[in-house]
Design a binder for this molecule. Structure first.
Ligand code: MG
Length: 398
């Protein structure tokens, strides 16, 4: 018995706000499509995996599947058609010579499909020619016109259809040929139209289609839960310098500090918050402050730098992680930092939404040596320690 997985990822939709199709966006540092492919490729009951991609997506697909081809059973991708149905038909045609008896047809955007669900489909295919994973409809249903409720819909006998949908290969190929030219929503519908009995098995709430930005955050929470609460420690460092000039207010750690001069810069030039932001971005390998808030962008002119720090802390939370501690050193001859230290710690803790006992702020002079010693500028360095859900380490760097 040979079983194929056919993964339909021909969408060109960029609904998540990025400029690449959503199936190639990273979910916890791994492209969505790679997660989907790996779920099947590393499953003991799946022998070959065929992907169907959009025209012109060959390079994206190659980058997303680096290291998965040789000997693992991932076939070269085929280019899809104008509709999902057509794309599946092209994928089935490509599998014609693969010698498979069964095929599991799956949406590429359901990247969280797990091994148990794949096994349930395979077990049911031992007894039935067609299998649909389904979930109950819990909420009540209403028919609307615009925003007006017209009437209620009886949910008795309704389920929510998921993928992978499993089929005996010859049966679904014949059903697709019979349905050619139509536009059916999924392969179970095509099977039913051809008289093939389709049975349901329980689906999985985590196996949702990732289509909007909120879905990415939900998907990361699912992955965090699957990590079983196991966290790993990441560390990042940050360093920044700004020049002291006349006629600028001095902002340090998000607080206005009375001083004869202030720091020059595109934003409010809060050197301490910039170093901290870079430390946190470093801990989650998310580039640097200039990548996220380019000084060439007028939006950030004169803004309060707590925006940058809040953003970096948000990236950690988005990955279901938390900031364990930060340690910041401000390097200057003047002003004296010590009188402000407790207020600074409280302010930084507030911006990061962590307890103040996780925030260390220190200061040093450089004994009147160098640019800080001559009071030409203020420097700051920071270390951030972050806990993130464990991710299996893969050798391909993905
Ligand atoms: Mg800076």
């Amino acid at each position: 018995m040979r079983t194929a997985a056919l993964i339909v990822a021909a969408g060109r939709g960029t609904r998540l706000g990025a400029d690449v199709p959503k199936q190639y966006l990273d979910l916890l540092n791994k492209p969505l499509l790679r997660r989907t492919v790996e779920a099947f490729l590393f499953h003991a009951e799946i022998d070959v995996v065929q992907t169907v991609i959009g025209a012109g997506q060959d390079d994206l697909h190659a980058a997303a599947t680096v290291g998965l081809h040789d000997g693992l059973g991932l076939l070269s991708p085929v280019t899809g058609g104008g509709s999902r149905q057509e794309s599946v038909a092209l994928g089935l045609a490509a599998l014609a010579d693969a010698g498979v008896d069964r095929v599991l047809i799956h949406d590429g955007a359901r990247a969280l499909v797990d091994a148990d669900l794949i096994s349930r489909i395979c077990r049911a295919l031992d007894e039935h020619p067609a299998v649909l994973p389904a979930l109950p409809v819990v909420d009540s249903l209403r028919r609307v016109q615009g925003d007006q409720v017209v009437d209620g819909v009886d949910r008795t006998g309704l389920v929510r259809a998921q993928t992978p949908q499993g089929f005996h290969f010859g049966a679904i190929v014949a059903a697709h040929q019979a349905a050619a030219g139509q536009d059916m929503t999924d392969d179970a519908a095509i099977a039913v139209a051809d008289g093939i009995p389709v049975v349901t098995v329980p689906g999985d709430e985590d196996n949702f289609k990732i289509t909007v930005q909120d879905d990415m955050a939900r998907a990361e929470r699912v992955l965090a839960r699957r990590a079983g609460g196991m966290m790993e420690t990441r560390t990042g460092s940050g360093f920044d310098v700004h020049r002291l000039v006349a006629d600028r207010p001095l902002m340090l750690c998000g607080l206005p500090i009375a001083h004869t001069r202030g720091l020059a810069g595109h934003s409010d030039a809060d050197v301490a918050l910039h170093a901290l932001t870079d430390a946190i971005l470093g801990a989650v390998a998310a580039g640097d402050i200039g990548d996220h808030f380019p000084p060439t962008d007028d939006r950030w002119r004169g803004v309060s730098s707590d925006i940058f720090l809040r953003y970096a802390a948000g990236l950690v939370r988005l990955r279901a992680g938390h900031i364990t501690s930060i340690d910041l050193t401000i390097i200057c001859e003047a002003p004296k930092i010590k009188p402000h230290r407790d207020a600074m710690r409280a302010r930084v803790a507030d911006i990061l939404e962590i307890n103040v006992d996780r925030v260390s702020i220190k200061a040093t002079t450089t004994e009147r040596l160098g640019f800080t010693g001559r009071a030409e500028g203020i420097a700051a360095q920071a270390i951030a320690t972050v806990a993130l859900p464990c991710e299996p380490i893969t050798l391909t760097g993905r």
